[in-house]
Design a protein around this ligand. Sequence first.
Ligand code: ADP
Ligand code: MG
Length: 247
Amino acid sequence: MNKLLEIKNLSKNYNTKLGEIKAIDNISFDVYDQEFLCIIGSSGCGKSTLLNILADLDNFSSGKIIKNKNLKIGYMLQDDCLLPWLNILDNALLGLDIMNLKTKENINYVKGLLKKYGLEEFLEKYPNQLSGGMRQRVALIRTLAIKPDILLLDEPFSALDYMSRLVVSEDVANIIKQEKKTVIMITHDIAEALSLADRIIVLSKRPAVIKNIYNINLEGNSPLSRRKAKNFAYYYDLLWKDLDKNV
Ligand code: ADP
Ligand code: MG
């Protein structure tokens, strides 16, 4: 399998007024082309810090990140972050606009994605006229617009209610598979990670170290069907025991 990213002995300390806070401690893992990698860990353990570093939004204290210099990384945050005063098409084009890449070809690519994923009738509508699930789809398409090789998703469903999360997971998994993307997704929801991931990395409480990396083999070709797989409970139990609890 083709390696897209190698993270070697990565550590990160924050310097604060109260002294140094060690957030990440000597983490190493690889990311392979077209895999769905989930990272789970308790709240405050250093998950977002890790994604911010991978997205080049934050620096790190020591270690190495090895990647092809042409590798494009797309980042989708917790909230859908759609701008209420822009219509759906302009929201989906926002990333391209900011990067000065709003070419005719790219605009057509985004329109094509919106059409393909059931948003054709909503191009002129505004975010508050869409359901939470549809907004999430627009946010994902906006991230896909720059044609990233790797998508970083930081708890992408946490703002949604339980039912919507299940529906949106189906949507997102389907889009990611069809567009053949590589994903690193953070969540603290074990079942959600199991329903989506090819591999799961379990982080300890802060400072985050890797406790285990699991290959997940669950029958089913969608998140909902994977939740019904025979060995789902087996993996759930394994991860639950591994996870440091913040209580
Ligand atoms: P998670 O996403 O796993 O909930 P974060 O990566 O956001 O956790 O934070 C990890 C730890 O680092 C937390 O204890 C947090 O308080 C600390 N931290 C995060 N950002 C900063 C910062 N800018 N300055 C100082 N400490 C920070
Ligand atoms: Mg976080």
